[in-house]
Design a protein around this ligand. Structure first.
Ligand SMILES: [Zn+2]
Length: 306
């Protein structure tokens, strides 16, 4: 039977953006590494620069993790993204002015692909019909949507899940990723199915993927050794994922240049302000203490921060 799709317009696009620092690439010991800018901390993050060929694809950046897996940033939004001052009501005028970013804080909408043991694992799916570039980036990397066998979702805002679906020839909403198991937090799922208004898109996506949906609890160890960590606040079940020395931080920050030094400042997209601040502080400290590479869905290009 055919289901008529309600234009799932409304709820959309809470674009988070995030500002950022460039990924610096610590040299491995005896490589004549290109110089790392900054009075670099002596610790090695074991993140090596990918080959030039790997970074030839527009809107992507490949990094090799200490465990040998590759993580590829994919810019999902088109063009440049600046998150405006109006998104950060918590910040005083003088604090914002001190950034010297009058046009807004550099950010992006991003997705990340991890390649490990011959598998392609996607973290979030991007904007989809709302301008998303993820499937295009995958194709440019030589990867078909059907090659993705695992998808981890940080939360259910439209700029993270709309890319899971597309229209078929008859205008029916269908899966983009036919062979993927989708992992989502149970807390996030329950909140969107029951409590959060304007959830037409979320309900539709979860219905379409119900045969391949797996709900996890915080602390669960998931396939390929991915660990799901509590980062609630932005949404009720907002999750960050650790994979080796990679920490996929979802929407922990929307204005990196501001929030890296001021984690007490929320973006207006953060639903629970107090919890958002606590999670931001705790997760950033965790990343620092464990020397994890952060990959953020709204970090400025190229999507990584250390
Ligand atoms: Zn977002």
């Amino acid at each position: 039977m055919k289901k008529h799709l309600i234009p799932f317009v409304a709820a959309m696009v809470s674009l988070a953006v995030f500002g950022c620092s460039e990924t610096k690439t610590p040299a491995t010991e005896n490589k004549a590494a290109e110089t790392v800018e900054k009075p670099a901390p002596a610790e090695n993050t074991a993140i090596e620069k990918a080959s030039p060929a790997e970074n030839a694809v527009e809107g992507t950046k490949t990094v090799t993790l200490a465990n040998g897996a590759k993580v590829i940033w994919m810019q999902d939004n088109q063009g440049e993204k600046l998150n405006p001052r109006s998104l950060f009501s918590d910040a005083s005028d003088s604090l914002f002015a001190s950034l010297n970013m009058p046009d807004g804080i550099p950010a992006s909408v991003s997705t990340f692909l991890v390649q490990v043991d011959g598998k392609n694992i996607l973290f979030d799916a991007g904007l989809g019909a709302f301008g998303g570039q993820t499937t295009k980036r995958l194709e440019a990397l030589g990867i078909n949507a059907d090659d993705i066998t695992l998808i981890y979702l940080t939360h259910f805002h439209a700029d993270h899940i709309a890319g899971l679906i597309t229209k078929d020839g008859e205008g029916k909403d269908v899966k983009v990723f036919n062979n993927a198991s989708v992992y989502a937090g149970k807390v996030e799922y329950d909140a969107w199915m029951n409590d959060i208004p304007k959830n037409d898109l979320q309900k539709m996506v979860m219905e379409i993927y119900k045969d391949s949906l797996h709900l996890f609890a915080f602390g669960d160890s998931l396939p390929n050794g991915v660990l799901a960590l509590d980062a609630v606040g932005h949404t009720p079940g907002h999750t960050v994922f650790q994979f080796g020395d990679l920490l996929v931080i979802g929407d922990l920050m929307h204005g990196y240049a501001l929030q890296k030094d001021h984690p007490e400042i929320n973006s207006n997209y953060d639903i629970d302000k107090e919890k958002s601040i606590k999670s931001r502080k705790r997760i950033m400290q965790y990343a620092r203490e464990n020397k994890l590479l952060m990959a953020g869905m709204h970090l400025p290009p190229p999507g990584f921060a250390e």
